[in-house]
Every structure is written in C-alpha cells, then in structure tokens.
Design a protein around this ligand. Structure first.
Ligand code: XBP
Ligand code: MG
Length: 258
C-alpha cells in the first residue's frame, strides 16, 4: 500500500482564480502598452484558454485573428516582448492583493505542512507569477514551503502533456502513486492523469463544462468551515470541506483500484 506522501498543486484556477481578472487584464495592458489593437474580452479569453502557456496562446490568437502579424519575421521577438510586459503587469496585480487564494486552499496547505506532507507545484504559468502569488496570497516565505516548483518553460511541452508533472515527480523522487494532484481544467487533468497521478478537481469559472473523467472527485472548491464545498462527483463522506483525512481516503481508494 502506498501512503500519501506529497500534494502537487496546479496554480491558475486551482490555487487562485487568476485568469479572467488577472492574466487576461495583464495581457490587455501589455497589448495596449505595445500599441497593439488586440483586446481579449472575457468570453474570447475563455476560448483562448484551450491553449496553455501565454506565448502559445498569443500565437494561437494571431493565427486566428492576425495572420499578417504572424507572418512578420519579428513575430517571435514581439511575442517574447509582449509576454515579458504581460508578466510584469500580472505580478503587479498579484502584489496589489487582487488575486486571493480560492476557498480552503490556504488551510489545506497549512494542515498538510503541519502533518509533514511534502508540497509541490506543477503549472504552465511563468515562475515569476507563482512566486508573486505565493508571497502575496499565502505567506511571505511560502515559496520555501514547496519542495519543487515546476513552472512554465522548464519543460518543452505544456499541459495537457504530462511533462511538467513528470518533471516534478522526478525531483520529488516519488512514484505518482504516493502523490495527489489538484487541478481545475481539462488540460490540467489530462496532464496529471497521463503522469499517473490521482487527481482532485476544483472547477473554476472557465472550466465548469469541462470533461473531468478520471478525477477522484469534482468539487466546487475545497470548502471553508462557514462555506461548504459541493461535490459534482465524488463522496464527501458528509464533510463540508476537504481535509487531510478525506484526501487520504480518496487517495487510498484510487490506489486500490490501480
Ligand atoms: C494556466 C496557463 C497559463 C496562464 C498564463 O496555467 O495556461 O498559461 O493562463 O500564464 P496552469 P503565462 O492552470 O497550469 O497554472 O502567461 O505565464 O503562461
Ligand atoms: Mg489550471
């Protein structure tokens, strides 16, 4: 029997709802600053989220809506410049306290630490964004709570490829069966399942209609004492929030079935 030893968290949509009011705003600020007429409204951004990675997402958008720009020889340089600007804006939004953690996230992370569970992050977003979010929304020294932080371009293929999760597992030196992943999106769940990780999904504003087949459970969020979470799928065993006992139960059940 493989006991639960580590929790691996996705960032955007899982730790915090960062997309509509964070990344999207930062992209638009970068486009304006660069004198580009691109503007991504909330609905369009929801469609563009099918592509993970900000640079990849902008390239995808250009392919659909601005082929002339895409064809210019300096396009790749422009994308890198836009992404640097966007990341600066996103970090400032986070530092202004605009992106709080989702319900139950901080409490579960603190409880996991106290219980000696190892913590890691596996995300498509850029490392600067992770550092800013952990510092501003969890604790000033929170980066040190995560033994491994796998983010952005450290792997060639982004989610739904399993690469970032495999990169994290290798550095944890743990088998997937000793871990549990937290995700919010179809792309993220495909990545974690492809890496063999039992995965808990908390739906986010852009992913309510996603296919979460294979998840241990699909929840509204992790729940707070005064704000119960709801299970779209999975048995909360009468609990109103996700605690370590529930995680260990779901984890042991998933390992039994493998
Ligand atoms: C979400 C993403 C990222 C962010 C934008 O990552 O796909 O691309 O949308 O961040 P995850 P960057 O859900 O895996 O945390 O612009 O830095 O890519
Ligand atoms: Mg996500």
């Amino acid at each position: 029997m493989t006991n639960l030893q580590a929790l691996i968290f996705d960032v955007d949509g899982t730790l915090a709802d960062t997309e509509r009011d964070g990344h999207r705003i930062a992209f638009n600020m970068a486009f304006e600053e660069a004198g580009l007429s691109w503007r991504w409204d909330a609905a369009l951004y929801g469609e563009l989220l099918a592509v993970t990675g900000g640079k990849e997402r902008m390239t995808h958008y250009a392919r659909l809506h601005d082929p002339q720009l895409l064809a210019r020889p300096e396009f790749d340089t422009l994308i890198r410049k836009l992404h640097t600007l966007k990341t600066q804006h996103f970090v400032h939004l986070v530092q202004a306290g605009r992106l709080p953690l989702r319900p139950g996230v901080a409490a579960l992370i603190r409880a996991a630490r106290a219980a000696g569970l190892r913590l890691a992050i596996a995300t498509t977003t850029s490392p600067e964004n992770v550092a800013a979010l952990l510092r501003a929304s969890l604790a000033p020294d929170a980066e040190s709570w995560f033994e491994v932080i796998g983010a952005g371009d450290v792997v060639p293929a982004k989610k739904p490829a399993p690469d970032i999760y495999l990169w994290v597992l290798e550095r944890l030196g743990l088998p997937a069966a000793a871990c549990l992943a937290f995700e919010d999106s179809y792309n993220g769940l495909r990545a974690s399942l492809a890496a063999g990780l039992p995965t808990l999904v908390t739906e986010s504003e852009y992913t309510l209609d996603h296919d979460f087949s294979g998840a241990l459970a699909v929840l509204s969020d992790l729940g707070e004492p005064d704000r119960p979470c709801r299970a779209r799928r999975g048995d909360l065993r009468g609990k109103s929030l996700v605690d370590l006992d529930l995680l260990r139960l779901w984890h042991s059940e998933s390992i039994k079935h493998h």
